[in-house]
Design a protein around this ligand. Structure first.
Ligand SMILES: Nc1ncnc2c1ncn2[C@@H]1O[C@H](COP(=O)(O)OP(=O)(O)O)[C@@H](O)[C@H]1O
Ligand SMILES: [Mg+2]
Ligand SMILES: [Zn+2]
Length: 390
């Protein structure tokens, strides 16, 4: 069998398997139970968070023979059965009751006319034909207008699901006729959990830290996380070697700037050590790290300090345990005010850096300025407030 990418292989086929979007799947299931299915939906949110997946499960559910025929099953389970003829067609990608239309490449009035023609015909089998219109914000104004009439008086068998990453680009005339669902970014622990599940199913052992790193890098997108996992598997596992994913390999592949570098920055601030600070700048340069990227992560580092200051706990910091301990220890060396001032300064530097060619030089200056901002703001040990818990 040919290799199937993880994102496709592990696409959920039931509502229950769609992670972190319970506010949406719950509402949809309720409407199915009550027999109140609408004709127009907008699914908005970041790429790879389950919009297309949820649309497909929805389409499968409204056509599932068991859901239609068995009121007890409908009420108590409210999931496509996966066994009836319609469900099997869906799972094989052979159902005629679902059409996916990519508005990014078919965005002219003519394309919409064709779609409208198509919508007139009801389903051969099952109840509804579901039209998923992906990247709907790419439609031209004329194309949107051509669509309005269909949306105002949709045939009873048609359900339109408009998916978009840019909700604000959809005209109010369209969105006001639809039910709107906002898909969330998927939290890191839930992505990590899913990656762990996939590795288990694939017979691969993986360090929790390694998977957490991938989950963090994906920034809330499950698909991104899964694509990185594909890449990591290809990179880290050779045909004879052990089937294992190690933290070091992942951080190497992702050219991940290790947390250590950011602690070096805050150490240099606490010690007013300009030479150590210049070492960090040199290291960034030598390793070919992007300065903007480094600043972004440094801001996140300071944010973690603020979390410790405000919550007196490191529970919300998504890092391996030893790193969390380090945060607890180091954060309280600086006052919250100083950390805030440094964060502001770094954000300003990020904006300014965009306008200059000689990044390296300005980047160095910015790091040195942090020492000045930190001077006299360190908190002596005896004044540190104790932590509440961990
Ligand atoms: N909420 C989720 N729960 C589980 N897997 C998900 C979720 N969102 C995305 N995925 C995974 O990512 C892949 C792409 O998701 P998709 O629904 O196509 O994203 P999009 O929001 O861009 O339409 C899916 O095949 C699935 O493997
Ligand atoms: Mg999609
Ligand atoms: Zn079924």
């Amino acid at each position: 069998m040919s290799y199937q990418v993880i994102a496709r292989k592990y696409r959920p086929s039931r509502f229950a398997d769609i992670t972190a979007q319970e506010h949406i799947t719950g509402t949809i299931k309720n409407s199915l139970r009550m027999g109140r299915v609408g004709h127009g939906y907008i699914f908005s949110g970041l790429r790879g968070v389950g919009k297309t997946t949820a649309a497909r499960v929805f389409a499968k559910a409204v056509n599932c023979q068991k859901m239609i025929d068995d009121p007890v099953y409908l009420k108590e389970v409210t999931e496509p059965c996966g066994e009836c003829e319609s469900c099997r067609d869906f799972d094989a990608g052979a159902s005629l009751n679902i059409s996916e239309f990519d508005a990014a490449s078919n965005n002219s009035v003519d394309d919409i006319r064709l779609l409208r023609e198509n919508v007139r015909y009801g389903p051969q089998r099952g109840r509804y034909r579901v039209y998923i219109i992906d990247e709907v914000h790419m439609l031209s104004t004329a194309a949107f207008n051509a669509f309005l009439k269909t949306l105002e008086e949709p045939p009873s068998h048609a359900i339109f699901i408009f998916a978009t990453t840019e909700l604000h680009k959809i005209p109010a005339t369209i969105s006001s006729r639809c039910q709107r669902f906002n898909f969330k970014r998927i939290p890191i622990p839930e992505i990590q959990h899913q990656l762990d599940f996939i590795c288990n199913a694939e017979g691969i052992s993986a360090d929790a830290d390694a998977l957490q790193l991938i989950a963090r890098k994906a920034q809330g997108s499950m698909r991104d996380a899964q694509s990185i996992l594909d890449q990591v598997i290809a990179f880290a596992i050779d045909s004879e070697g052990e089937r294992a994913i190690r933290y070091e390999k992942v951080s190497e592949l992702l050219s991940y700037i290790d947390d250590e570098h950011f602690f070096m920055v805050t150490d240099a601030i606490a010690a007013c050590d300009a030479a150590a600070m210049l070492d960090v700048a040199g290291m960034v340069n030598r390793n070919g790290y992007d300065e903007q990227d480094f600043l972004e992560k440094l801001i996140e580092h300071f944010r973690n300090f603020l979390i410790i200051h405000n919550l007196r706990s490191s529970k919300l910091i998504e890092r391996p345990e030893p790193v969390r301990e380090r945060y607890q220890k180091d954060a309280l060396r600086l006052t919250a005010e100083a950390i805030m001032a440094m964060t502001d300064f770094l954000m300003q530097t990020q904006r300014e850096l965009k306008f200059y060619a000689e990044h390296q030089f300005r980047f160095e200056l910015a790091l040195l300025k942090l020492i000045e901002l930190g001077r006299g703001t360190t908190v002596p040990d005896e004044k540190k407030k104790p932590l509440l818990n961990r």
